[in-house]
Every structure is written in structure tokens, then in C-alpha cells.
Design a protein around this ligand. Structure first.
Ligand SMILES: Cc1ncc(C[n+]2csc(CCOP(=O)(O)OP(=O)(O)O)c2C)c(N)n1
Length: 365
């Protein structure tokens, strides 16, 4: 398959009904690769459903679902190598799971338990894992883009082969950080993949209210890098485009911008009411006609690779796996209150020493 930048229409392998519009066999993917993709899609949706339930049950305070965007997340994380760097944003848990964060760690994070690799310290949706090169996202939209490009530049200077992927939403591309990051990445030919999940909304603001170009991908041209528009609900296409850009960056050909055109099913977060700004019928159309999980399943079925029995077995496996992960996360203790002072400064500033003393007195420890 010839992967070209700046296409007018999104790059696509699978049509919404699961039939192929490109020769999927030319990508060098095996039957097992396709099955792995599908299993991840089902797993990520399962994690997300359960994560959101925690908020509905009053056991967690905040959740931002990835439902609808699973193909963009899984498809872009699968081609990465173990030591590649990942800068997720606040809606990237699917990609983090593929990179190696466990479901127990994710639920532990949502519940603020010690099972969270960052021990309940960071903002919701902000875990990371040093050994997996997952850098925790920050709450400020777009502010990790320059850091990610810096990490990519560092790999180049050190003559290392790791690439850096930076996830952002369409809203983040309206921030100054995006433009600074794009320029630096191109000028220094950083091995960076700037991956935009264009779910068409920044909370309630539609993309046509925040930019004048038709696509985000075309902005790459102005910085001197390639920009790829891909159907973000087609996992095979997302995989192929991301792999293409990762290979290119790894071979010293610099950065790429990828726009995965997709849609989120849930509200922006558990604190949002999306019925106030979505046009009637839009959500239903995406959910029933464009779903990334159903699309991949239909593709597998059309090749005789998947049956109802296999589906039932997989759903049961994922259910059991996630129930065990949730149990483990819930068993994990909450962090010691005084530990809030640990790990940020090597030695506490006088003010923090005073605050620590106050809290210790309050707690009677
Ligand atoms: C600098 C900054 N401005 C505003 C906000 C409030 N805010 C949080 S998420 C968000 C929308 C982000 O939209 P997008 O980048 O498209 O990602 P999505 O949530 O759709 O995945 C906004 C405006 C913020 N956190 N930081």
C-alpha cells in the first residue's frame, strides 16, 4: 500500500462495513496481527466501560472516556517499539495500555490507590511509567508537545533509534505549544510523531469553530513536514500510517503529523453534558455506522477469522480479566497522607517543611 501525505480524503483500508478498500494483505500483517488488533480493541473498550462506571457509582471523581477512539489509540501504539517514548494526553489510556500499563494500574490510578504507578499523585488521567517510557500527561492542554519534541530531539542528538509519539486532541492544535513544537520538530528533524486524535470537539467547540483549514494534517506543509490524514476508526489504516511514520523517523527522515479523524461517544468527561452541543443524530450515526470495534470484527468475519463463539469466549475472558484487575486495584491501599510531600523535591523547602509538620500534627502522627 502506498502511503502518501496530504490526501484530500482520509487514508483507509477498511470501509465502515468492514469490507476492504485497499489490499490489506500488502501490509505484511499476519492473521495473528489482525486478531491481536481486535483483541486490544475489545480490551480497551472493556477497561473504559468499567472505568466510567466507577464515577457513576461514586467511587471515582473523574473520567474521560476513549470510547469511539479505540482504533486511533490501539492502532497508533501497536507499531511502537518497547523503548520508544510516549507522551499521552488526557484521553490516551488505550494507547498506554497497549504500551504496557496494566488494567490494575489504570484502575488504581482512577481510584487514587497505591496500585497507580504514580501513587495517586497526579491529575486524573495522568499516570505514567518510567520503565515503559510513558511520560505522564499534564492537565494543561498542549503543554507536552514541546516536551515530546525535546525528547525526540534528545534521541537524535544521542544517536539513538527510539522515536517519540505525542498524542493530542484537535483542541491542542489551537494552542501555541503546537506551533512551537511543530516548528522545532521540523527544523531539527526530530524523530517525532505528532499524533492528533481529531474527535471533532474540544469540549463543546467544534473544529470548524477553532480553525480555518479543512484538515489538521495540511498544517504540516507550512512547517516542512509530511502530514497524513487517516480514518481514525480504521485500525488497520491507523496502524499502517503510524508504522510508516515511525519507520521514517527511525531511519533519520524526521517528524510527521498524523491526523486520525474519529469521534468520541461519551461526554468530554464525566463533568460535561454533551447533549447541549451535539447535533441530533450525530452520535447515533457514528456509534451505529462507524464503530471501530464492529468494523474490525466484520473484517475478521469476512475472512473467516472470527465467529460468534470466539466473540463470546473473548468477551468472557476480558470480563474475568478486568474483574480481577479491578479487585486487585481496590485491594490496594490509598497512599499515606504525609507521602504527598515525597518525591517532588530532593529536600523540602522551609515552607513545605512547615506544612508537613502541620499535617502531621493534624493527623496525630
Ligand atoms: C491550556 C488549557 N486550556 C483549557 C483547558 C480546559 N480543557 C481541558 S480539556 C479541553 C479540550 C481539549 O480538547 P482536545 O484537545 O480536542 O482533546 P479531547 O478532550 O477532545 O480529547 C479543554 C479546553 C485546559 N485544561 N488547558
Amino acid at each position: 500500500m502506498d502511503i502518501k501525505p496530504f490526501t484530500a480524503e482520509p487514508i483507509r483500508v477498511l470501509a465502515p462495513d468492514g469490507s476492504t478498500v485497499e489490499n490489506a494483505d500488502k501490509l505484511g500483517l499476519s492473521k495473528d496481527d489482525f486478531l491481536t488488533m481486535y483483541r486490544w480493541l475489545v480490551f480497551v473498550r472493556g477497561v473504559d466501560d468499567r472505568g466510567y462506571i466507577l464515577v457513576r457509582q461514586g467511587r471515582a471523581g473523574f473520567y474521560a472516556q476513549v470510547a469511539g477512539q479505540e482504533a486511533a489509540q490501539v492502532g497508533s501504539a501497536l507499531p511502537l517499539l518497547k523503548d520508544d517514548w510516549m507522551y499521552p494526553d488526557h484521553r490516551s489510556q488505550g494507547s498506554m495500555l497497549v504500551k504496557g500499563l496494566t488494567a490494575t494500574e489504570w484502575f488504581g490510578h482512577v481510584l487514587g490507590r497505591m496500585a497507580d504507578p504514580t501513587q495517586g499523585r497526579l491529575m486524573p488521567h495522568g499516570p505514567g511509567r518510567r520503565d515503559l517510557h510513558i511520560v505522564p500527561p499534564a492537565s494543561t492542554v498542549g503543554n507536552k508537545i514541546t516536551e515530546a519534541v525535546g525528547t525526540a530531539m534528545a534521541q537524535r542528538i544521542k544517536k539513538r533509534k527510539e522515536v517519540t509519539i505525542c498524542y493530542m486532541g484537535d483542541g491542542a492544535t489551537s494552542e501555541g505549544d503546537f506551533h512551537v513544537g511543530m516548528n522545532f520538530a521540523a527544523v531539527y528533524q526530530a524523530p517525532a510523531l505528532l499524533f492528533v486524535q481529531n474527535n471533532q470537539y474540544a469540549i463543546s467547540m467544534r473544529t470548524d469553530q477553532q480553525m480555518r483549514t479543512k484538515t489538521i494534517a495540511e498544517k504540516a506543509r507550512a512547517y516542512g513536514m509530511d502530514g497524513y490524514l487517516v480514518d481514525g476508526n480504521d485500525i488497520i489504516a491507523v496502524y499502517a500510517v503510524t508504522k510508516h511514520c515511525a519507520d521514517s523517523a527511525r531511519s533519520g527522515n524526521g517528524p510527521s503529523l498524523i491526523e486520525a479523524f474519529t469521534y468520541r461517544y461519551g461526554p468530554h468527561s464525566s463533568a460535561d453534558d454533551d447533549t447541549r452541543y451535539r447535533p441530533k443524530g450525530e452520535l447515533e450515526m457514528w456509534r451505529t455506522q462507524r464503530d471501530p470495534v464492529t468494523r474490525m470484527r466484520k473484517f475478521l468475519e469476512s475472512r473467516g477469522l472470527w465467529s460468534d463463539e470466539q466473540e463470546q469466549k473473548l468477551q468472557a475472558e476480558v470480563k474475568a480479566q478486568l474483574a480481577a484487575a479491578m479487585e486487585e486495584a481496590e485491594k490496594s491501599p490509598v497512599p499515606e497522607p504525609l507521602s504527598v510531600f515525597d518525591y517532588t523535591y530532593e529536600s523540602l523547602t522551609p515552607h513545605l517543611q512547615w506544612e508537613r509538620k502541620q499535617l502531621a500534627a493534624e493527623l496525630g502522627v
